[in-house]
Design a binder for this molecule. Sequence first.
Ligand SMILES: Nc1ncnc2c1ncn2[C@@H]1O[C@H](COP(=O)(O)OP(=O)(O)OP(=O)(O)O)[C@@H](O)[C@H]1O
Length: 332
Amino acid sequence: MSATLLEVADLRVRLRTPRGPAEVVNGLSYTVGRGETVAVVGESGSGKSVSVLALLGLLPARLATVTGSARLDGEDLLTMSPERLRQVRGPGVGMVFQDPMTSLNPVLTIGRQLVEGIRAHGEVSKAAARERAAGLLAEVGLPDPRRALDRYPHELSGGMRQRVVIAIALANNPSLLIADEATTALDVTVQAQILDLVAGLQSEHGTGVIWITHDLGVVAGIADRVLVMYGGRCVEDGTVDDVLERPAHPYTRGLLGALPDLASSDDGELATVPGVPPAPTDLPPGCVFWPRCPVRSDPRCATEQPPLAVVGASDGALPHRAATWCEEGSPR
Ligand SMILES: Nc1ncnc2c1ncn2[C@@H]1O[C@H](COP(=O)(O)OP(=O)(O)OP(=O)(O)O)[C@@H](O)[C@H]1O
């Protein structure tokens, strides 16, 4: 069994929009190891959600063209039959998205949805599945989990619904968990409880995690590696220390700029970078960040797209990379 769980190579997503084709994800390549957590950060609209929806075949074909490959345990998610993909989601991949109502069926009780999820992928009696469902709800911190099993989604608060979605995603001990702003709406105590639960799953089952978040406190607390997205591209990636302590891309430095002291920050949000991100229907030539870059000075910035290249010395086994013509504010 290889140490690499997921290998995404040259992932590209083009959406058809009323304003023409939008290059929303542009050649994203990264890996997630077993038991590893990769945090994906970047401003709203940088392509984080679309990039993971594409992995799971959740973008409608009439809207999106997806190319590249995404091998989970060697099997390409992007070319799998829809039937195989359905088998893989659940035991293979658990997903938690921002809006719990999109993941829950409003006409089925919470218990039925959890029990169905558990029984769909294993030989488990109804009673045993119900027992496990109540246990999972307790683990995600739902008060009175047995009563909650008989409730409908609309009878729970937003935070409770989100915890139910997390319980469903974890029900089959997935080998890969994808969480898109999964705990953003939850209070810090519940959030900490869920992060602990995921950490337990990782050490017990070697679950790999892709965690999309705006919260640098969460990144610093749980991530092994960080991938920074801008304009549909990875502009920087590396170990959590490389990226947070020695950011090489001017965009990453901007995102981290307002953070006074990361070590003591529990709930630091990404800083606001002056200017607006490019429209994916109208990406600039050259470096995608060039129009907003406060340190642009190289003639290539406006004309030539910088490759994602190794920068400086890394303290991890995986390289620290950035796509910029600048290093430490000056051209390389
Ligand atoms: N259904 C859609 N139709 C047209 N454009 C879309 C659609 N879904 C997403 N987009 C566009 O794709 C781009 C990437 O969006 P995406 O949701 O992946 O960004 P994000 O980085 O996840 O943002 P957020 O942090 O707000 O979730 C945006 O420009 C968005 O407007």
